[in-house]
Design a protein around this ligand. Structure first.
Ligand SMILES: Cc1ncc(COP(=O)(O)O)c(C=O)c1O
Length: 361
């Protein structure tokens, strides 16, 4: 038998939202399938990014720019974080994984908000660490308990996503800062801001300011959500010298492909597309929240591009019935929430179809 690492024995594979093709195949469905399962941008790719991709086709025999020079420069302009404090990843999942790989040894304790994006947990287990789950309080990151547990367990890395996936909730800048001040500065704090651009602009956290003050902070962002590039796999991280130096050591050469780099550079500047995406999402969140509340579901207030609600029954059954009607949403039983469903905002008509189908099932 081929030997593999003991750490991998108990790892459950990451379960992504069901792809459209798989649902069509399994259920023999013919018509249009609506996928509201992976928090993607329903408008499709940004027109600017599309043009850049098309015009780059003839250069795909070349390696991409390993330094990601232009994209880092652009992100620096937009965020106020220096270029040398930015790293580009093959999706932000790569960066989560590299941080855990680089800053832990076997049996270290890691803390994560529970529920939160599951990949941190998988990375921790892959690296032989103990991942300690700190339950949310009123569906929100429990700051005090996290501070207490980080001392008690001597945690090496603390992970939380703000806004939180799968709950959609957030804590404000004062709370994040309070938390960072209380955490010893030799513990790494990962603040995952995948849904940052869906937040009300006044509520967004000034991460550049926090990074200047906290050398142990790593902020992660992605181009998979509002920037509409989930299929190209690109995200970025921001942190100070000490963390950055190490992350650059473990980054594989050419980790970010040429199309992803150029498309991200175009999408970040596609103001029209970003505005439309945000407006569509705001409408979707309002419509879905109101409709679900009218149907007497408990809806968690969302600051993202998805809504999580309590079906008060076995959510897997509801999921399967919706699937038969050609609508894919996300059951989140793997986060311990068996009666909850998570639904990404779609186009206006997709949102209406989802509500209609839910009424029927
Ligand atoms: C909180 C959070 N972080 C990271 C990711 C993954 O992002 P990427 O596509 O950049 O790997 C997701 C994806 O759903 C997410 O919800």
């Amino acid at each position: 038998m081929i030997h593999f690492k003991d750490e991998l024995k108990n790892i459950k594979n990451y379960v992504p939202g069901k792809p459209i093709e798989e649902v069509k195949r399994e259920l023999g469905l013919k018509g249009k399938i609506i996928k509201l399962a992976s928090n993607e941008n329903p408008l499709g790719i940004s027109p600017k990014a599309k043009r850049v991709i098309e015009s780059s086709i003839n250069e795909l025999h070349l390696y991409p720019d390993d330094t990601n020079y232009y994209l880092k420069k652009k992100i620096s302009e937009k965020t106020g974080v220096e270029e040398e404090h930015i790293i580009i990843g093959n999706g932000s999942v790569e960066l989560i994984n590299n941080i855990v790989f680089s800053f832990t040894k076997r049996h270290d304790n890691l803390l994560r908000c529970d529920p939160s994006f599951i990949l941190f947990s998988i990375s921790g287990l892959m690296n032989g660490c103990n991942v300690i789950n700190i339950p949310t309080k009123n569906f929100t990151f429990d700051v005090e308990e996290m501070i207490r547990k980080s001392e008690e367990t001597d945690a090496k890395i603390i992970y939380f996503d703000n806004p939180n996936n799968p709950m959609g909730t957030m804590i404000d800048e004062d709370r994040v800062e309070y938390f960072l001040k209380k955490i010893q500065n030799d513990r790494i704090v990962i603040l995952d801001e995948a849904y940052n651009d869906y937040m009300d602009i006044k509520m967004r956290i000034n991460s550049a300011r926090l990074l200047r003050k906290h050398k142990n902070l790593a902020v992660l962002r992605t181009f998979s959500k509002i920037y509409g590039l989930a299929g190209l796999r690109i995200g970025y991280g921001m942190a100070n010298d000490e963390i950055m130096e190490v992350l650059n050591k473990v980054r594989l050469p050419f980790n970010v492909n040429l199309l992803a780099q150029r498309a991200a550079l175009a999408a970040i500047d596609d103001a029209k597309y970003l505005k439309e995406s945000k407006e569509l999402n705001d409408r979707g969140i309002m419509f879905l929240t109101e409709s679900l509340e009218k149907m007497n579901y408990t809806v968690v207030k969302s600051h993202t591009n998805f809504i999580t609600f309590d079906t008060k029954t076995d959510a897997m059954e509801v999921f399967k019935k919706l699937e038969k009607k050609g609508i894919i949403v996300r059951p989140i039983a793997n986060y311990g929430l068996k009666s909850f469903l998570r639904v990404t905002t779609g186009t206006d008509s997709e949102n209406r179809k989802f509500i209609k189908a839910l009424r029927e099932v």
